[in-house]
Write a protein that binds this ligand. Structure first.
Ligand SMILES: C[S@@+](CC[C@H](N)C(=O)[O-])C[C@H]1O[C@@H](n2cnc3c(N)ncnc32)[C@H](O)[C@@H]1O
Length: 459
């Protein structure tokens, strides 16, 4: 075991990094990819390939100060219903390109808070989905929810429509932390949400927690985790707070001095890990936990776990079609992202017959290769480099750079086999970044005066 201290690790590896939910990452998206390109990629998805669908709803009932997502408050019911119509219009255009009755195993509603969709709008969307696709029996249908704002009748509605999983935000239960985040949510509210959903037959429950939030301490996060584990969600995500006030203005309301520093963040993460393992959860990838009999754990053990824009998943579809403002599609040809804000997204749908795409990036064969390697690393916490090397691709500089990770006890390297150690788990993105040639190109461009993208901190 290496004797290197946590503060040394932070100095060496504490920079800002992408979360590698895609490769190339969103930082490489440009306007060179527009609707014509995205439409060609959709048309080219082979007929026998299954599809996954993602609907993005960028509305919330109230805004949380810590939130890094693109969200707004839409109070009017007719505005919420009109957005549902836009989603169905985009779906119709997608189906015109990929054809009807394609096999679908995953349908996700994310946001924002998708339960801001009125019941009628959600019913209509799901009727269209089931009418236009072959949604397999046992398919995973999931929705992100805010436990403080579950509309009357929504648990029964989700149950009736065949939803199988919910993902709810908690972040932290401590009063002072909640006050600083502008999100007051009692343990009882979360508990009531879960029991209503479980009562409606929805058994899959994911809970999101965050460390690194204002005023959090090791003890406070441990207490939150203990209480939340008592609700026995089958999955938990434990994210590091991404402080990006240059991009998300509402985060400027959080005083910098209230934020835990990198060493404290690392310690908080470690305490949450210890408590969750003691509560019977298994660590998965960078930031997920699940009960031992959960499909994510089984997929992780079998080497079939996947990572996409929604995080870790058992979804093996190679085409994930994102609909709604700012939604990203992951297609064999490349990634495309819709127009970010609602009004121009709506205008694009009204003004043309095309898809409301704003930007994206094509994936070359080398991107596929490096992307697969990075995905395996992020999912399996290890990778055999020899399986990705060929006459054209030899990872000589990458292998050299791995040496310091071995010396610091973050990985083991036996021949071509890289294995992330438990100590190295928080630093898996640093290892992945070694194989990211786009990041190097972007950094080089920045050196030449081109503005570089800014990510949140890795630790
Ligand atoms: C898109 S949000 C939806 C949450 C849901 N609407 C709710 O109110 O519970 C999904 C998750 O992103 C995570 N998240 C949002 N902003 C974040 C930030 N700045 N840093 C880290 N995680 C963040 C939170 O854990 C949140 O639960």
């Amino acid at each position: 075991m290496s004797a290197v201290s946590s503060s040394d690790l932070i100095t060496r590896y504490g920079g800002n990094l992408p979360r590698y939910t895609s490769y190339p990452t969103a930082a490489s998206f440009t306007e060179a990819v527009g609707s014509a390109q995205a439409e060609a990629w959709l048309k080219a998805v082979p007929e026998e390939q299954q599809l996954s669908l993602y609907f993005h709803v960028p509305f919330c009932d109230e805004l949380c100060r810590f939130c890094g997502c693109n969200t707004s408050v839409m109070r009017r019911d007719d505005g919420r219903a009109a957005y549902g119509d836009l989603l169905r219009e985009e779906l119709r255009r997608v189906v015109a390109l990929v054809g009807t009755q394609r096999l679908v195993r995953h349908v996700q509603f994310g946001g924002g808070t998708p339960s801001t969709l009125p019941a009628t709008a959600l019913r209509q969307i799901m009727r269209s989905v089931r009418g236009m696709f072959h949604v397999e029996h046992g398919a995973e249908l999931s929705m992100e929810l805010d436990p403080r704002h579950v509309p009357e009748g929504y648990p029964a509605l989700l149950g009736e429509l065949g939803f199988t999983r919910i993902s709810v935000g908690v972040q932290d239960l401590n009063e002072q932390v909640q006050e600083a985040c502008g999100r007051h949510q009692s343990f009882e509210q979360t508990q009531a949400c879960l029991s209503a959903m479980r009562g409606a037959g929805i058994s899959g429950v994911n809970i999101d927690l965050i460390y690194g939030l204002p005023y959090q301490t090791e003890d406070s996060v441990a207490e939150t985790v203990r209480q939340i584990a008592s609700l026995r969600p089958d999955r938990l995500a434990v994210f590091g707070y991404a402080h990006i006030p240059w991009k998300q203005k509402r985060q400027r309301l959080i005083p910098e001095a209230s934020l835990p520093g990198p060493a404290e963040r690392l310690a908080q993460r470690a305490r949450m890990d210890t408590v969750l393992k003691a509560e019977g959860y298994v660590a998965i990838g960078l930031d997920h936990y699940a009960l031992p009999n959960d499909a994510l754990v089984k997929a992780a053990a079998a080497g079939t776990l996947r990572r996409n824009f929604q995080g870790y998943t058992t979804d093996s579809a190679s085409a994930l079609i994102g609909m709604g403002a700012s939604a990203i599609s992951m297609l064999p040809g490349g990634y495309s992202q819709n127009i970010t804000t609602v009004a121009p997204y709506a205008r694009a749908l009204a003004d043309s017959e095309g898809l409301p795409v704003a930007r994206g990036v094509a994936r070359t064969p080398e991107d596929h290769l490096r992307g697969n390697l990075i995905e395996r690393l992020m999912c399996d916490m290890g990778v055999d480099l020899a399986q990705f090397e060929s006459l054209n691709t030899v990872f000589t500089p990458e292998r050299e750079a791995l040496t310091s990770f071995v010396e610091d006890g973050l990985i083991t390297l036996e021949g071509s086999k890289v294995q992330i150690t438990e100590r190295g788990r928080p630093f898996v993105r640093n290892v992945a970044a070694l194989f990211d040639t786009h990041r190097k190109a972007l950094a080089q461009a920045a050196g030449n005066g081109v503005e570089s993208p800014r990510f949140s901190r890795a630790i």
